[in-house]
Ligand binder design. Structure first.
Ligand code: EPU
Length: 412
C-alpha cells in the first residue's frame, strides 16, 4: 500500500489513544495460562494483535472479539506453533513462556518483528534452559522440552522487556519462588505483572528485582490493559511540529509520558494537561537537543525515529544516542531522499537543520512508517510512502485519526 501525504497546516481536534501494543501482546498470551475464561479490555485493533489472535486460534484456543474486548478460553492449547504468522511479529515469542508454563514442550518458529537491527532472543532461551528445559534450535525452528523444572533465580545481562515478560509467564506456574535480577520495569511489564497477580500469582518488586511465586492453577479474570504511551507520543510530536496546531490527546497515560513531556517542552513544544486530556500546541521554532535514549523512565527508543524528523526543523544540530537499538536507522536513508542531512555513527544520530522536500520514500518498519508520515506532513508538497502497511501493525485506525486532526493523507 502507498500513502499519499501532503503538507498539513494547523492541526486541530481530538485524538483518542488506543490500548498499548506492547502490553496487549503479552496480555493475550498470559490469558492462555489458565483454562478459565479471560476477558481483556482495551485491546487495540492492529495487525500484530490480530495475527497473534489468529495464531492462538490455530492452537485450539477459543477467541472472540467484540470491539476492543477480547474473550479468550484456552481449554485446549496445542504445543506446535508452526504457523507462518509467527514470523511476522515479535510478540509471538511470549508463546514459549505460556505454553511451557502449561505443557512440557513447545515447537515454535523463530519470532519475527520489525527490522530494527539485530534482535536476538538468547536471554529468553538461556533463562528457559536455566529453569529446567532443553532448547534445540534448527534452522528457524525452536524445539524446547522439559527436563526438570527448577526454580532458579535468573539474572539478565542487559534489560530486556521481552525476556522479562517471557520468564514471568513461564514461572507463573512454578511452585517455588524465582527472583529475576536486572529485569525490565517498563509500564508494559508492570501491566502484565498486575494481570498475573489478579490471576493468582504472587509477584512483588523489591530493589528493582522481581520476585515471582507461581500457582499451578490460575484464575480467569476481566482485565483492562494500559493505553499506548508510544502512540500518544507519536501524535504529540506530530502536532508539536506543525505551527499553530492545537490537538487534544485523550486517554494519554500522562504519568508514563513524563520524560517525553520534558523533552517535548525542551524542544519548544507547548504541552499541558487539561482535565484528563493532554493538550499539544505546535511550534515552528523547534529547539535543538542532545537526547539520551534508555529504558523507562528514560526517553523510549520507540519514539526515536519520530523525534528525529521533528529535530530536522531546529536551527542547530541535534544528537541522539540510542544504545538499545543502535541500528534502528533505516528511516534515515528515506529522510535523506527528502533532503535531510542526518548521519550516524555507532548508535549516535546527528541531525543537521534542513527543510524537508517532498519525496517518494519507503517505510521499513512500524515507527519508520509514522516518522515518514510526520516528514510528509511538514514537507512542502506531496510525499508518497510505499509499504505503509507497517503502520497498521502497531497504530490503531491511523488514517482516520490522522485525517480527523487535519493531516492530509490518502491511501492509494
Ligand atoms: N536483547 C538481547 N538478547 C535478548 C533480548 C534482548 O541481546 O534475548 C537486547 C536487544 O537486542 C536490545 C535490548 O536487549 O538491544 C533490549 O531489547 P528488548 O528485549 O527489551 O526488546 P524486545 O522485547 O525485542 C520490545 C518491544 C519493542 C521495544 C523494545 C524496547 C514488543 C513486541 N517489542 O522489544 O517495540 O522497542 O521492547 O522497549 O514488545 C515497537 O513497538 O516499535 C518495538 C520495536
Amino acid at each position: 500500500m502507498i500513502l499519499k501525504v501532503s503538507k498539513s497546516t494547523m492541526l486541530n481536534g481530538d485524538i483518542y489513544i488506543s490500548g498499548s501494543k506492547n502490553a496487549a501482546l503479552p496480555s493475550i498470551c498470559a490469558a492462555l495460562l489458565t483454562n478459565k475464561k479471560v476477558v481483556l479490555e482495551n485491546i487495540p485493533n492492529i495487525v500484530d494483535v490480530n495475527n497473534l489472535l489468529l495464531i492462538i486460534k490455530k492452537l485450539g484456543v477459543r477467541v472472540k472479539r467484540i470491539d476492543d474486548k477480547v474473550i479468550i478460553k484456552a481449554t485446549k492449547l496445542k504445543t506446535k506453533v508452526l504457523n507462518d504468522l509467527v514470523e511476522t511479529l515479535r510478540g509471538s515469542y511470549y508463546l514459549m513462556g505460556v505454553i511451557l508454563s502449561r505443557k512440557n514442550k513447545i515447537k515454535i518458529k523463530y519470532p519475527g518483528g520489525c527490522n530494527i537491527g539485530n534482535r536476538p532472543i538468547d536471554y529468553h532461551l538461556k533463562a528457559i534452559e536455566e529453569l529446567g528445559y532443553k532448547v534445540i534450535q534448527e534452522d528457524n525452528i525452536i524445539n524446547i522440552i522439559e527436563e526438570k523444572r527448577i526454580s532458579k533465580n535468573i539474572t539478565f545481562p542487559k534489560i530486556s522487556l521481552g525476556a522479562t515478560i517471557n520468564i514471568l509467564l513461564l514461572t507463573s506456574t512454578y511452585k517455588d519462588e524465582v527472583i529475576i535480577t536486572n529485569p525490565s520495569l517498563e509500564p508494559e511489564v508492570l501491566c502484565v505483572i498486575e494481570m498475573l497477580k489478579q490471576m493468582g500469582v504472587e509477584i512483588d518488586i523489591v530493589d528493582k528485582k522481581i520476585r515471582v511465586k507461581g500457582k499451578k492453577k490460575l484464575s480467569g479474570i476481566t482485565y483492562k490493559i494500559i493505553y499506548d504511551r508510544i502512540e500518544a507520543g507519536s501524535y504529540l510530536f506530530l502536532a508539536g511540529a506543525i505551527q499553530n496546531s492545537k490537538v487534544y490527546i485523550h486517554n494519554a497515560p500522562i504519568n508514563e509520558l513524563n520524560t517525553v513531556l520534558v523533552v517535548a517542552r525542551k524542544m519548544g513544544i507547548i504541552v499541558y494537561k487539561e482535565k484528563d486530556k493532554l493538550v499539544v500546541e505546535g511550534n515552528n521554532r523547534i529547539k535543538r537537543l542532545n537526547l539520551q535514549i534508555g529504558e523507562y523512565p528514560f526517553f523510549p527508543t520507540d519514539l526515536q525515529q519520530i523525534i528525529t524528523v521533528v529535530l530536522t526543523k531546529a536551527k542547530k544540530s541535534s544528537v541522539i544516542e540510542d544504545p538499545i537499538f543502535p541500528n534502528r536507522i533505516h528511516h534515515i536513508d528515506e529522510l535523506k531522499k527528502m533532503n535531510a542531512y542526518i548521519y550516524t555513527n555507532d548508535g549516535t544520530i546527528n541531525i543537521k537543520p534542513c527543510i524537508l522536500n517532498p519525496g517518494i520514500v519507503v517505510a521499513t518498519d512500524l515507527r519508520c512508517a509514522f516518522a515518514l508520515v510526520v516528514a510528509g506532513a511538514i514537507a512542502s508538497g506531496t510525499t508518497y510512502i510505499k509499504d505503509i502497511d507497517y503502520l497498521f501493525r502497531g497504530y490503531d485506525d491511523p488514517i482516520k485519526k490522522l485525517r480527523y486532526i487535519g493531516v492530509n493523507v490518502e491511501l492509494l
